[in-house]
Each structure stands twice: as structure tokens, then as C-alpha cells.
Design a protein around this ligand. Structure first.
Ligand SMILES: [Zn+2]
Length: 390
């Protein structure tokens, strides 16, 4: 095993994970977990910066291991916030660590921290640097990714990024972007008994027409499909109107999602959706209020980037084979790095389960594997090949 991998210390990794999990950090209130991570890194001798990045309640955590020589910067990035569920304290039982955020994604962050220590302990980098960033405001619907977007916009970004989310089945090379939407269709008058209905449009009929038009849009979008990511889509998941069979209601509310593939941007999909609703309002004589909320823009990994080659050869060194490529089943921070800075980002983390439940767990042995892999990727990627590109 390469020396940098052998330098990964399982107990030190676990202690870090347990300390992070022990600090409850529901999205928006991850300050205590961020302070804990900053304390851990400071105790370890790393200089830590705390940029607020638009969220003073929980300033982000930024640390760097620099070789002092030219080279690339490899970033390890994670979110410290957890979904809003009752807090579960950390517990280690054999090869399993449980507790809030153990899977998503404090276990992964602890592995990334341990990777930085292992690189340092094994003698440091021959060139370049490792940038470690951790932040709040990741999980929807409480967070909108804005703290990370701000970090990226303010230059806290490497030449490539590793994200230790709980996913390792494939090397994700593409992911759909998406927004959630809500449309409220209205007529002017109050709800009345249907026998007294005024000469005003039926909001239910207009809602049905919106469903039909979105159905046609969905069929059109379905012709644009990727073998890994699936198709672009327009989806209706909720429709609500009226409170009794003979009411002539005043409003009809619909909610759903719109997803797209790389090549389309949020602004394009948003404009198309709003135009469809405006046209429907005009043709039905209703008014329609539209709200859209971006999940993340679409993601693509440039597989020709040297980072991908390095990642695959480090993976093969440890596992004995390359990781097959595939799609990204969820949106994550990799989408923000690709859209905000155009840098390659690989999501690869520990084997874990129960994310977004109160029964989260992560495999300890796999946390160690992730730490070793991250450390090895850093030592291979950060120093520039002699005579190589920057
Ligand atoms: Zn996550």
C-alpha cells in the first residue's frame, strides 16, 4: 500500500466523525458543527479561515495543506448540515457508525479531513495544495446551496473537487438539473355554490389544461435523453382545488418538477415554464402566479480532464480495477462546482445508508478506504507532471 494510504489512522478518523456528529446541525443552523470542525483542524495545526459566504449564522470552514511549490489545488468539499429530523447521537458498533449525518455527510467529511492529515504525515505534497471546505445550506428545502455558490464565486475553489457523499457505485459523469415549481391559478370572485357561478373561468378547467400542456411538453422533452442521466422532463405531482363537490372554487394550485440535461441552463427552463403559464392565463382568462425554486443546475464531468485519469488510476491502485462510469442519481455540490466554476468534480464517498432518515449509518472500513483514496489522489494530482500543464 502507498505510504500516504498507510498513514490513514482509523481511530483518528472515527474520533473526528463522532465529534462532528455530536454537534446537531440542521440546515441553516450548522454553526456548532462548523465551529467543531474548525476546532479539530486548529488542534491539528492547520490554519483555518471562516468566511461567512452570506450566512453569518454558520461561517464556512476553509483550510489548506500547501506544498509551497507550484501545482494544482485539489479541493475536498462537504456540507455539514443535516436534514431536519430528530437528533440521533453518534455511536460506533463494530464496523458501523450511526447518528445524524453519519451517512450524509459528516462521515465523509471526517474521511476527507483524515486524508489531509495522512498526506501531511506521509511527508506532504510534492507540489500544489489541498483545499478543504465545509459549509451549511445544502439540504432542500431549508437550504438553497447559496453558501457554497458564494464560496465558489469568492474563489474558494480548486482545480478539481472530490465530494465524499455516500455514493460509490459508479463514477458519475452526468446529472440532470432541476427546479420545483408551484402555480396558483385564480379567478377574481369568491368561492360560491356551483348553481350561482359567475361568468368567470373555471380554475379547475385551467388546471386541467396546464396538466395537459405540461404533458405535451414532457413528451417533447422525453426525446432528449441520456443513457445515464435519463430524460429531461416536466412533471406534475400535486393538484388541489375546491373543498366540496358543488363548490365553484376560486383557486387551483399545482406543484411539480422540471428537469433538464447539461446544455440547458436553469434560466432557459425557467423562462420556458413561465411563458407556458402566461400563455395559459391569457387563453383561459385566469391569472397564474408561478414560483420556481432551483434545486441545482445540470452536471457534467469532463472525462478527458487529467483529474479523471488520476482518480481512476488511484482507484485502480487501491481496488484493482477502474470504477465504471454512470449517472448521478441526485443533485449535489458537484453540480454547483461545474456550473459556477467549470471545474471537474467527482462525487465519491463511503458505503452508507439511511440518509434523510433517523437510521443513518456508515461503514467504518469504507470510510478508511475513502480517506486512503482521497490521500492518494491528492499526491498524484497536485504536483504538476514535469513539463506539464498548469
Ligand atoms: Zn449530502
Amino acid at each position: 500500500m502507498p505510504a500516504v494510504c498507510a498513514a490513514v489512522n482509523t481511530q483518528r478518523l472515527l474520533d473526528t466523525a463522532v465529534r462532528l456528529i455530536a454537534r446537531p446541525s440542521p440546515t441553516g443552523s450548522a454553526g456548532a458543527a462548523a465551529d467543531e470542525l474548525a476546532a479539530i483542524l486548529t488542534e491539528d495545526g492547520f490554519a483555518v479561515e471562516r468566511p461567512t459566504a452570506g450566512h453569518p449564522a454558520a461561517p464556512a470552514v476553509v483550510a489548506r495543506l500547501s506544498s509551497g511549490r507550484p501545482g494544482r489545488t485539489l479541493q475536498f468539499n462537504g456540507h455539514l448540515d443535516t436534514v431536519h429530523l430528530p437528533f440521533v447521537a453518534p455511536k460506533v458498533s463494530g464496523d458501523v457508525l450511526t447518528g445524524s449525518g453519519s451517512a450524509d455527510m459528516k462521515g465523509g467529511i471526517a474521511a476527507a479531513v483524515e486524508a489531509v492529515r495522512a498526506v501531511r504525515d506521509a511527508g506532504g505534497l510534492a507540489g500544489g495544495s489541498i483545499l478543504l471546505t465545509a459549509h451549511d445550506l445544502h439540504e432542500s428545502p431549508w437550504g438553497d446551496g447559496s453558501q457554497l455558490d458564494r464560496l465558489v464565486a469568492d474563489g474558494h475553489v480548486g482545480s478539481a473537487v472530490l465530494i465524499p457523499e455516500y455514493f460509490n457505485a459508479t463514477l458519475p459523469v452526468i446529472g440532470r438539473g432541476g427546479f420545483t415549481w408551484a402555480a396558483t391559478i385564480r379567478r377574481p370572485g369568491p368561492p360560491v355554490h356551483e348553481v350561482y357561478r359567475p361568468d368567470e373561468p373555471s380554475v379547475i378547467a385551467a388546471g386541467a389544461e396546464l396538466v395537459a400542456r405540461l404533458g405535451r411538453l414532457d413528451a417533447e422533452l422525453g426525446t432528449e435523453s441520456d443513457p445515464f442521466a435519463g430524460a429531461a422532463s416536466a412533471y406534475v405531482g400535486l393538484i388541489q382545488s375546491g373543498s366540496i363537490y358543488n363548490e365553484y372554487p376560486q383557486t387551483c394550485r399545482l406543484e411539480g418538477t422540471r428537469r433538464w440535461l447539461p446544455g440547458t441552463r436553469f434560466a432557459d427552463a425557467d423562462r420556458q415554464f413561465r411563458t407556458l403559464c402566461t400563455d395559459l392565463a391569457t387563453s383561459t382568462g385566469t391569472t397564474i402566479d408561478v414560483e420556481t425554486r432551483l434545486m441545482r443546475d445540470a452536471f457534467r464531468l469532463d472525462t478527458a480532464d487529467p483529474f479523471v485519469t488520476v482518480f481512476q488510476s488511484a482507484y485502480a491502485t487501491l481496488i484493482g480495477e477502474r470504477l465504471p462510469i454512470g449517472g448521478k442519481p441526485f443533485v449535489d455540490d458537484g453540480n454547483s462546482f461545474w456550473c459556477g466554476a467549470g471545474v471537474p468534480a467527482v462525487t465519491h464517498g463511503p458505503t452508507a445508508g439511511g440518509a434523510h432518515t433517523t437510521a443513518e449509518w456508515v461503514n467504518v472500513g469504507d470510510l478508511v478506504r475513502v480517506a486512503r483514496l482521497y490521500a492518494l489522489v491528492a499526491t498524484m494530482y497536485c504536483p504538476l507532471p514535469s513539463g506539464g500543464e498548469a
